[in-house]
Design a protein around this ligand. Structure first.
Ligand code: PXG
Length: 463
């Protein structure tokens, strides 16, 4: 694709960007030296940068462009909605057609009796809603002490005060006075790194039992909810052993605590079902959604809530909570069109039956690379665990250095593959073709080779 000539020269943009733009999760000093990578357009699974270079987007933006880039239908729907009703709110007993239709559609798609939606502009805001909502629920149920929310180390639930507190990222908790009170964390079921000599199934049960133990420690009468991603995404695509979720579900039911499945990454086809909760047979009380809900074409998130829980909130008078952009009409219309396309084009089924297995078979073969200790994948999200001694599942002496080198080799070779420490992650648009999968795998192997050589040359390829 020829670059559209509608922007300043790269160096000028980089200088302005460095002077005036603070970037999320970025090494500003390093970026200033090198200049930001500027992406100017995209089509399908391909990004184009400001120099006209094409890059295969193995991350679907930030785990969100499920439908792929460049769908005119979404642009058309947004333009139409902007002309008809660009904004109105849904506060104070008001609604509008896109909110009405999207809510009904989500209630139809969501499993079981999850059939009420509260909207936000993002996944973070939706999780903040969840914190207030579950505490308010227990208050209304006459159990005001049930306030504490149990979450997981290395979980990611967003960047606002509440959501980042639910998250279990040490680097985030180190900044800004987190976590807020009454949020505690247990360990994730990350067998490769922490399972030792246990079988994955045994380890899954041990990690699930931590939930029971934490409830014992806090007292059942003090616990409001447990929140977790069906598959930990930003933590490194941590795919739980099959024994994990059934145990978690049982404990939540028996101990009378609400279960929140954070579907911000897993939702809308990523794991081969509409929701990760369906892939793992989880029966949540609340699901957090965002990202794939609109394939990232518009900022929108929300909480889908079990009818019996919503009923208590509704019977309790006003829920004094809401965002200016809750159920934004343009975002809702775009989400609805995105869901129509995912549905009518069979994109979710294709992940389960065709392109998911096609990519997985080839991705798992990357496990044969001398630097890869484990390759894993579910649906269209996968990870490679890099290791200097794969038979021992050994970590590197300087964590993250080789992952960073590998990511940079990927960018240089035209592939976006993210690193989380020394894990390499992919999460491509769900519409990726077989030949694009082949290209992704070839590039990945080449980048692993180059990164391993560079890591050895730099003396960081050591256990
Ligand atoms: N829950 C989950 C499971 C997420 O992955 C959020 C909530 C927050 O959503 P918003 O829309 O507020 O960003 C997320 C977001 C990364 C990365 O580096 C991941 C996310 C966001 C930014 C970076 O992997 N996930």
């Amino acid at each position: 694709m020829a670059p559209k000539d509608n922007h300043l020269p790269t160096a000028e943009m980089q200088a302005l960007d460095a002077a005036h733009h603070i970037h999320p999760f970025s090494d500003s000093a390093g970026m200033r030296k090198r200049g930001a990578r500027v992406i100017t357009e995209a089509e399908g699974v391909w990004l184009t940068d400001s120099d006209g270079k094409r890059i295969l987007d193995g991350m679907a933006g930030l785990w969100c462009v499920n439908i792929g880039y460049g769908r005119e239908e979404l642009a058309d729907v947004a333009a139409r909605q902007m002309r008809q009703l660009p904004y109105y709110n849904t506060f104070f007993m008001t609604s509008h057609p896109p909110a009405v239709k999207l809510s009904a559609k989500l209630a139809e798609l969501a499993p079981g009796d999850l059939n009420r939606v509260f909207y936000s502009g993002s996944g973070s805001e939706a999780n903040d809603t969840n914190i207030r909502l579950v505490r308010h629920y227990w208050q209304l149920m006459g159990k005001p002490n049930k306030r504490t929310i149990i979450a997981r180390r290395n979980g990611y639930h967003g960047s606002t005060m509440g959501a980042a507190s639910l998250g279990g990222m040490a680097a985030m908790h180190a900044q800004g006075g987190l976590p807020i009170p009454d949020i505690v964390h247990i360990d994730p079921p990350h067998w490769y790194a922490e399972g030792g000599d246990m079988s994955p199934e045994e380890f899954g049960r041990v990690r699930a039992a931590q939930l029971d133990q934490m409830i014992d420690r806090l007292g059942e009468g003090n616990v409001a909810a447990f929140i977790a991603e069906p598959v930990q995404g930003a933590g490194g695509v941590v795919i739980p052993p099959d024994s994990y979720w059934p145990e978690i579900g049982r404990i939540c039911r028996e101990r009378d605590i609400l279960l929140i499945a954070d579907e911000v990454i897993c939702g809308f086809g990523r794991t081969g079902s509409w929701f990760g909760s369906q892939t793992y047979d989880i029966d949540p009380d609340i699901m957090t959604i965002a990202k794939g809900l609109s394939s990232g074409y518009q900022p929108i998130g929300g909480s889908i809530i079990r009818e019996s829980v919503a009923q208590v909130i509704e019977d309790g008078g006003d829920f004094n909570h809401g965002y200016t952009y809750s159920s934004h009409p343009v975002a809702a219309a775009v989400a609805l069109e995105n869901i129509r396309i995912l549905d009518e084009e069979g994109i979710v089924d294709r992940v389960a039956t065709h392109i998911g297995p096609y990519l997985k078979e080839r991705w798992l073969k990357l496990g044969d690379h001398p630097m890869v200790g484990e390759a894993r994948m579910v649906g269209l999200m996968g990870a490679l665990e890099l290791s200097p001694d794969k038979s021992a599942r050994a970590p590197f002496a300087s964590p993250g250095a080789v992952g960073l080198i590998t990511r940079e080799r990927c960018f240089a070779n035209g592939l976006v593959m993210r690193h989380v420490g020394d894990k390499m992650i992919i999460c491509p648009p769900l519409i990726i073709s077989e030949s694009e999968v082949d290209t992704l795998i070839e590039l990945a192997w080449q980048c692993l080779d180059e990164a391993m050589a560079q890591a050895k040359a730099e003396g960081v390829f050591t256990a």
